[in-house]
Design a binder for this molecule. Structure first.
Ligand code: AMP
Ligand code: MG
Length: 347
């Protein structure tokens, strides 16, 4: 594995680019971000333009240290402070009331702002040298798979993004845990690598999921993180059967599984992503990109185990799955439930 090395000179040039209103893609421990000077609305607008992202989807502001919080946030609840103390720098984003100067283009016109202190040496160096906030969503086209390597960013944008700092592979590989800390109490808006129990140990009142009576969080739209090839999540025991239905017709199938294939099949591309949730998560987007290039009719993903360690992976898989195929799959479920009964079935 090539570890990217970012030189001081590159950081300096990236800082100048940010100051000139240009975009800079940079590594964080979660995924690569596409950054702009958060104080320059025109620069932030470029992010939306190049990603094809709707302007109502707010972006996260990254800072190198909580001492700069008050520039962005006007009120940190006691829970927000505890979470920040426990998990920053790290893969945690907090949503809080915004400071008056924060531009609408960042917040999508809301009275709240999302903020994170990332824990990646290159992100830290960049933020530190820049000396301000960097607004950054993931460095991919809207709705597509997030990048976890510099080459993924180049695949997404080619020459459209001139500055791509290469920090090697992202260690976490899934987007940050987002927690809103507002009057309705702390709530997990997007699960990430920090488990619900870890969060609960710090803030016992935390709840999973957005407030049902609050406005929808952009980015939690159901279709997101998607390859071009349709994705379908399949129960483990049905994986080979569903695959064979395609390959029997000489249709290529790409599979993301947690075990090796039972038999060889010339029409399949099979990735065994293993049974460790952290490793699975780290490689998930790179694996989906690889499978997307297999010119397959469909990507079949073996359903991941129950339990909170898999919450974030399960969430991303659900969102990467294509709606049309879920319909087929629901009928399929009905068929096998009828065959085997709800609990049982061959092992
Ligand atoms: P990404 O799309 O990967 O950049 O992740 C950014 C996500 O952060 C958005 O899509 C929202 O889900 C979330 N977010 C950013 N700002 C806010 C905010 N003010 N309130 C709620 N969620 C936010
Ligand atoms: Mg994104």
């Amino acid at each position: 594995m090539a570890i990217g090395r970012v030189l001081q000179q590159e950081i300096q040039e990236a800082v100048e680019a940010l100051r000139a209103g240009e975009l800079v893609a940079f590594p964080t421990e979660t995924v690569y971000g596409l950054g702009a000077n958060a104080n320059n609305p025109d620069a932030v607008r470029k992010i939306f333009r190049i990603k094809g992202r709707p302007s109502t989807h707010p972006v996260i502001v990254h800072i190198d240290h909580p001492r700069y919080l008050q520039r962005w946030v006007r009120e940190m609840t006691p829970e927000a402070k505890k979470l920040a103390d426990a998990f920053w720098p790290g893969p945690l984003t907090l949503v809080a009331k915004r400071a008056p100067a924060v531009n609408d283009v960042i917040t999508g016109g809301q009275d709240t702002v999302a903020i994170r202190v990332p824990n990646h040496p290159v992100a830290q160096q960049l933020l530190n040298a820049f000396g301000g906030g960097i607004a950054a969503p993931s460095a991919n086209r809207y709705g597509h798979v997030s990048p976890t390597r510099a080459e993924h960013v180049r695949e997404e944008f080619g020459d459209e993004v001139k500055w791509v700092l290469d920090g090697g592979d992202c260690k976490v590989g899934l987007e940050s845990t987002i927690i809103s800390c507002l009057a309705d109490g702390p709530r997990v808006l997007r699960p990430g690598s920090i488990s619900f129990s870890q969060l609960k140990a710090v803030v016992p009142t935390i709840q999973m999921g957005p407030n049902p009576s609050a406005p929808r969080v952009p980015g939690s739209t159901s279709r997101h993180y998607s390859p071009t090839t349709p994705v379908n999540v399949v129960p483990s025991r049905r994986l080979e059967t569903v695959m064979n239905e395609f390959t029997a017709n000489h249709e290529k199938v790409a599979v993301l599984a947690q075990r090796p294939p039972g038999t060889a099949n010339p029409f399949m591309t099979w990735i065994n992503a293993g049974i460790r949730p952290d490793v699975y998560a780290r490689n998930l987007y790179a694996n989906l990109r690889t499978l997307d290039k297999a010119s397959a009719k469909i990507i079949l993903v073996e359903e991941v185990p129950e339990g909170e360690k898999w919450d974030a992976v399960r969430d991303r898989l659900r969102r990467s799955a294509s709606a049309e195929n879920i319909v087929t799959y629901d009928q399929d479920i009905a068929a096998w439930v009828a065959d085997f009964g709800e609990e049982g079935g061959p092992t």
